[in-house]
Design a protein around this ligand. Structure first.
Ligand code: NAG
Ligand code: NAG
Ligand code: NAG
Ligand code: NAG
Length: 408
């Protein structure tokens, strides 16, 4: 009896040790975030074990766990019709809100879900719920793209999938079929999906027939650059759930089909040191020491190595490509972008990617709304339902949908 009590106490202490992480007092629902984070960490550890046993790629195992808990069939409600179909070979889930009485044509958002280019799905309840709410509240047609994920494909294939589905949808006869107003179509995505949405927006500016087809872009804590992993927000949130810096660097390397051997070097910006040809010049486009206000910079110091590791860019040259790091775009490209919404969270390594893009877009003359949440953490917008309902999840979702309602 006594020994089982000791064992129980030890197990509880171990569990508490595993679950507990120091969090800033400002974060929304801290205990819930610790539980969410430890569940996610546990799933990541199990998937790495499966990987090391040679049973399956760790990302496939992890995504299997995520999708088998949360997959939802295409269920229509009286207010939203939900259909799974494909657009030019790319799977999509379409959510159709009912048209407003006085407007026969509906607004539309092409939505790209997040998940590090490797995880999640348009069909899991988190994203299904978000898109259903958008369709209902905006009386809109939401196209959630089921692009192919790492490691089935790597960069740039997910971009091709998104572009293909979007081009198909924008054809007059398809918009007509869905009763969508061609002048009121926007693009949006969160996290890695925000990266893909930003890239799509830029790519469309190069093509005369697609330029100006999108009324707006709405980017939710997007990943926009992989050249500097020491922006103030990366430094401030090195270990902040649910996206610590080393996890972000690994998703990025996976997306580019690069080796994890480079993680430690990239964390100190050895991949974009002054001796790496081409890299230093590009880093000038995301020089946060001049672009960010001092309230954000605080006392953080830039990390710019004189001598680094030129091997990384040699092996992964796409690292410096604007279609991987859209924050690198030239001014002329930014000028051609539509009205933009960027949502950022204080407790997120990607906060400054979003703020920097907002600053660059503003200087290019684009109308930008930067919507910042002091108690927000990476991923919060999808966490709105019990047991993973966060106050900041509901507030970010409402604020995002409100902006879309006023601007689309
Ligand atoms: C990904 O990288 C591995 C190892 O370097 C290589 O063998 C493979 O061909 C690459 N796959 C693609 C699709 O580039
Ligand atoms: C960064 O590069 C320098 C110079 O090559 C090297 O001495 C250092 O060990 C590297 N740091 C990491 C973490 O790889
Ligand atoms: C930006 O858009 C808002 C509406 O969302 C509008 O009120 C504002 O005047 C616009 N600003 C500029 C500079 O065009
Ligand atoms: C989460 O949902 C539960 C049950 O509906 C509710 O009691 C709680 O207040 C909610 N929490 C937040 C932060 O919304």
């Amino acid at each position: 009896m006594r020994s089982s009590c000791v064992l129980l106490a030890a197990l509880l202490a171990l569990a508490a040790y595993y679950v507990y992480i120091p969090l800033p007092s400002t974060v929304s629902d801290p205990w819930k975030l610790m539980l969410l984070d430890s569940t996610f960490r546990g799933a990541q550890q199990v998937s790495r074990l499966i990987h090391s046993l040679g049973l399956s790629h760790h990302l496939i195992a992890l995504n299997f766990m995520i999708t088998s808990f949360g997959k939802k069939s295409a269920q229509s409600s009286p207010k939203v019709k939900v259909t799974d179909t494909d657009f030019d070979g790319i799977e999509v889930r379409v959510f159709e809100g009912s048209p407003k009485a006085d407007e026969p044509l509906r607004r539309s958002v092409i939505f790209i879900h997040g998940g590090g280019w490797a995880l999640a799905s348009a069909k899991i309840s988190y994203y299904d719920d978000l898109c259903t709410t958008m369709a209902e509240e905006l009386n809109a047609v939401i196209v959630s793209v089921e692009y192919r994920l790492v490691p089935q494909v790597y960069y740039p294939e997910p971009i091709h999938d998104i572009i293909r589905a979007t081009k198909y949808f924008l054809q007059p006869e398809i918009l007509d079929k869905y009763k969508v107003d061609p002048r009121r179509v926007g693009i949006s995505g969160d996290s890695a999906g925000g990266n893909l949405a930003a890239v799509l927006g830029q790519q469309f500016t190069y093509v005369a027939s697609l330029k100006n087809k999108l009324k707006l872009q709405a980017l939710i804590y997007p990943f926009l650059q992989g050249l500097d992993f020491n922006t103030p927000s990366y430094q401030q949130n090195v270990n902040t759930p649910i996206l610590p810096r080393h996890v972000m660097v690994k998703y990025w390397l996976d997306y580019l089909n690069g080796s994890y051997d480079f993680v430690e070097a990239m964390i100190v910006n050895n991949h974009t040191s002054l001796d790496v040809e081409g890299a230093a010049a590009l880093r000038a486009r995301l020089d946060w020491t001049s672009l960010l206000p001092s309230s954000i910079k605080k006392n953080y110091k830039p990390v710019m190595q004189t001598v680094g590791d030129a091997r990384i860019v040699r092996e992964i040259p796409q690292l410096l490509d604007v279609t991987a790091s859209p924050l690198l775009a030239e001014q002329e490209v930014l000028q051609a972008l539509p009205k933009t919404y960027i949502l950022t969270c204080e407790l997120d390594v990607l906060r400054d990617d979003g703020i920097l893009y907002a600053k660059r877009l503003e200087s290019a003359g684009v109308n930008v709304t930067l919507d910042h949440f002091e108690d927000g953490f990476h991923g919060c917008i999808i966490f709105t339902s019990w047991p993973t309902n966060f106050s900041v999840g509901i507030r970010t979702r409402n604020s995002y949908i409100k902006w879309l309602d006023q601007n689309l």
